[in-house]
Design a protein around this ligand. Structure first.
Ligand code: SF4
Length: 329
C-alpha cells in the first residue's frame, strides 16, 4: 500500500528537498514516475562538502537504514530498477562498508565522488557516474526526462530520503536537521522544527553568543551573512548556522577561505566563474577591495555564470562587505 501512496504522502507532508534548493519532493518524484522509459535511476546525493554543513554525514552515521529505505521506496514507487549512492570520498571511506551491508543484494551501487564541490550538482553528478568530465549540463532537459545515461533520474539528498522513509510510516513532524558550528560551545547536528529562526536554534542549543558576532546561514561558504540583529528569520539552504566572533575573525582570511573553496570546488568550465573568482582572490590577497572592480566581478558572476555555483558565489562576499566591513557596494 505504501508503494502506491508514497507520492501522495510526500505531498501531504509538504517535504521540500533538503539539498539546498527546496524543490517539492513529491513533484520531483511524480515527474520521474510519469516519464516513460526502459530504465530509470534513483540517486542519493551524499556529496555534502561545503564548510559548516555536516548533517548528511550525521544521518549516514546514525540512521543509514532509513536513508536506504527512502531510496528503496523511491525505486519501488517510481519504477526505477537501479540506484546509486553518490558519496564524497570521506563519507565513502567512513560509511561505505556499513551501507554495503545494509544494501545487501538490492540493486544499489555506491559511487565515490571525485574531489571538488561541483561534483555534487545533480547534473554534474550524472556526468561523473557516466565517467565524463565533471561539469554541469545545460538544463532543460531536466533529469526527470533525461538524466543518468539519458534515462529519467531522481536525485535527492540524504536528508530527503531519510524523511521520505519517516513519512512513509507517518512519523514526520515538520522537522529538519541543523548543522550548528563556528565560535560556539556546543557544535553539532540538531533536529528541530523547520520553522525555527536562526536565533531560536542558537538559543535552544545553548549557543547564543554573549559577544559581538555575526552568522553565516545556509552554508559555510555560499551562505549569507547576518548580524545579531537580523536573526529573526528561518535557516535556509542546507540548514547550517556558522557563528563568527567579530573580534577573533580576520575578515580577509575568512573571505580567502570562501574564495578558495569556490575555486577548488568549481569546474572551470565558464569564464566568469573561473576568472572572476581568481580576480576576487587577488583582490582579497592584496587587501585591495576596489568597489568598482568588485561590482563588475559580482555582476558578471551573477548574470553570466553557467550554473548556480558561480551565480551564487557573490552572496557571502556582498553581505559580508556591506554588513561587517561597512563597504557599501
Ligand atoms: S559557474 Fe561555470 S565554472 Fe563555475 S562551477 Fe558552474 S559551470 Fe563550472
Amino acid at each position: 500500500m505504501a508503494k502506491q501512496n508514497i507520492i501522495l504522502k510526500l505531498k501531504k507532508a509538504n517535504l521540500l528537498g533538503r539539498g539546498g534548493a527546496g524543490f517539492p519532493t513529491w513533484l520531483k518524484w511524480k515527474l520521474v514516475k510519469k516519464a516513460k522509459a526502459e530504465r530509470k535511476f534513483v540517486i542519493c546525493n551524499a556529496s555534502e562538502g561545503e564548510p559548516g554543513v555536516f548533517k548528511d554525514g550525521f544521518l549516514l552515521e546514525k540512521f543509514p537504514e532509513e536513508v536506504i529505505n527512502g531510496m528503496i521506496l523511491a525505486m519501488e514507487g517510481l519504477g526505477a530498477s537501479e540506484g546509486y549512492v553518490y558519496l564524497n570520498p570521506l563519507y565513502f571511506k567512513k560509511y561505505g562498508k556499513n551501507l554495503k551491508r545494509i544494501i545487501g543484494k538490492k540493486p544499489i551501487i555506491l559511487f565515490e565522488k571525485k574531489k571538488g564541490y561541483i561534483g555534487g550538482e545533480e547534473t554534474a553528478l550524472c556526468e561523473a557516474i557516466e565517467g565524463k568530465r565533471v561539469e554541469p549540463r545545460m538544463k532543460p532537459p531536466y533529469l526527470a526526462e533525461k538524466g543518468l545515461f539519458g534515462f529519467p533520474t531522481l536525485v535527492n539528498n540524504v536528508e530527503t530520503f531519510y524523511y521520505a522513509s519517516r513519512i512513509s510510516r507517518g512519523e514526520y513532524k515538520n522537522t529538519r536537521f541543523y548543522s550548528v558550528n563556528g565560535d560556539i560551545k556546543k557544535p553539532g547536528v540538531f533536529e528541530f522544527s523547520e520553522s525555527l529562526t536562526i536565533k531560536e536554534v542558537l538559543k535552544k542549543t545553548n549557543n547564543y553568543p554573549d559577544f559581538d558576532f555575526y552568522v553565516q546561514s545556509g552554508g559555510g561558504a555560499a551562505g549569507e551573512i547576518f548580524l545579531g540583529s537580523e536573526l529573526a528569520r528561518p535557516v535556509t539552504g542546507a540548514g547550517s548556522i556558522t557563528v563568527y566572533d567579530k573580534r577573533k575573525t580576520d575578515p580577509h582570511a575568512l573571505m580567502k577561505k570562501w574564495v578558495e573553496f569556490f575555486m577548488k570546488g568549481n569546474c572551470d568550465k565558464c569564464l566568469p566563474c573561473r576568472e572572476g573568482l581568481f580576480r576576487l582572490k587577488e583582490m582579497i590577497r592584496k587587501k585591495d577591495l576596489n568597489k568598482e572592480a568588485l561590482n563588475e566581478i559580482f555582476f558578471s558572476l551573477e548574470e553570466t555564470s553557467f550554473c548556480a555555483l558561480g551565480r551564487g558565489a557573490p552572496v557571502p562576499f556582498k553581505s559580508f562587505l556591506k554588513k561587517v566591513m561597512n563597504i557599501d557596494l
